[in-house]
Ligand binder design. Structure first.
Ligand SMILES: Nc1ncnc2c1ncn2[C@@H]1O[C@H](COP(=O)(O)OP(=O)(O)OP(=O)(O)O)[C@@H](O)[C@H]1O
Length: 351
């Protein structure tokens, strides 16, 4: 097996270990479509160029690169980039996440088992518990972890030095990272939503990997309804393929794309059930707002974090929802999208 293939196998094995649950099949389908090298990674030109420089410099020096923080909404490629970083360095990747680390001791165990040059990917790093965070930034700065032996008054800390390694942290909420942790990252890349052309390229690449032929018009249609997000684009592509195979003639035509997207309730602006639930609650239940995040989340039956990180970034960006000091408000585009008139008393809020 070529070295690259070994690394990839190792990474996917690691990934399948940390991710369990009902969406395993979707995760596996997603993993198969991941770009494996920086040159295959579509869009995000600025971050890609910067990373390419950081990685090449590290390779030339024969040293582990600075720690990397990747921020941005879900599904834009943070995990993919972490895997690419390891592949580009010829290093193996260890994967964990903030919520998976319950105690500082769990993190100490991961850190003390790292080998020289390894890349440690910590997804949702903003959700690390405070003691784990403190342990992490000492490890990132001094390549040292203090192992506590014993309990209570007799406890003592034995410093254990670690080989050089690189942390790649991913977060949908960079603002929640405490400054001491944020400062330990030598490079921060912010991923932004993709434009329609970039998503078309993602889709055509994925169709090639899936061995299906995707009509150009169908790619454009799916891209325009993918909320600027490659994960959504790939997911919709798989649903269009399902439709084409079961109800159509197997070709991923524009007609198949439109029919499948109607079945899966993705509207012409790419809004899905959760997005529409948020807009409907905001406009009809709360009269257009302002309303606080928690109240809004309860109204749509979701966690505040899901509404905030999954639905809102796109709704803000597309001008459906606005933010005021007193809470979220429905913008004129939200009322129009739901086919409703803006109530007269709401007009003053938009200024
Ligand atoms: N730039 C890209 N080019 C091609 N495919 C991409 C790109 N970015 C992401 N993808 C695809 O989108 C899917 C989701 O990407 P990924 O899991 O890396 O997102 P993420 O930002 O880590 O999301 P989350 O924060 O939810 O874990 C992957 O299957 C990957 O194939």
């Amino acid at each position: 097996m070529a070295e690259d293939d070994e690394l990839v196998t190792e990474r996917f094995a690691a990934e399948s270990l940390v991710r369990t649950g009902a969406d395993d099949i979707e995760r596996a389908a997603e993993a198969a479509l991941r770009p494996r090298r920086l040159e295959e990674f579509v869009g995000q030109r600025v971050v890609r160029d910067q990373l390419s420089l950081v990685l090449e410099a590290a390779r030339n020096r024969g040293r582990a690169p600075d720690h990397v923080l990747l921020s941005g909404p879900p599904g834009l490629g943070k995990t993919t980039l972490a895997m690419i970083i390891a592949a580009e360095l010829g290093a193996s990747l260890r994967i964990t996440s903030g919520p998976a680390i319950q105690h500082a001791g769990d993190l100490a165990a991961v850190l003390s088992s790292l080998e020289e040059g390894e890349v440690l990917f910590i997804d949702e790093i903003h959700r690390l518990a405070r003691p784990a965070e403190e342990l992490l930034y000492v490890a990132m700065e001094d390549f040292r972890v203090d192992v506590v032996v014993g309990k209570g008054a007799g406890a003592s800390a034995i410093p254990l030095s670690l080989p050089p390694f690189t942390v790649v942290g991913a977060t949908t909420r960079a603002g929640l990272l405490p400054a001491p942790l944020r400062d330990r990252f030598g490079f921060t890349g912010h991923l932004d939503f993709y434009d329609a052309d970039e998503l078309e390229r993602v889709l055509l690449r994925s169709a090639g990997l899936l061995g299906v032929s995707l009509a150009g018009e169908a790619a454009a249609e799916i891209a325009s309804r993918s909320r600027g997000t490659p994960r959504i684009a790939n997911r919709l592509l798989r649903r269009v393929r399902d439709w084409a195979e079961v109800r159509g003639d197997g070709t991923l035509s524009i007609e198949a794309a439109r029919a499948a997207l109607a079945v899966f309730e993705v509207d012409d602006r790419g809004l899905d059930r959760l997005d529409r639930a948020v807009l409907t609650a905001l406009c009809t239940r709360f009269g257009g707002g302002p309303v606080g995040l928690t109240t809004l989340a309860v109204a749509v039956g979701e966690e505040p974090e899901t509404v905030e990180t999954v639905a809102e970034p796109f709704l803000f960006r597309e001008g459906f929802v606005g933010r005021t000091p007193r809470g979220r408000i429905a913008m004129p585009a939200a009322w129009a999208h739901l086919g409703l008139d803006v109530p007269r008393d709401q007009g003053a809020l938009f200024g």
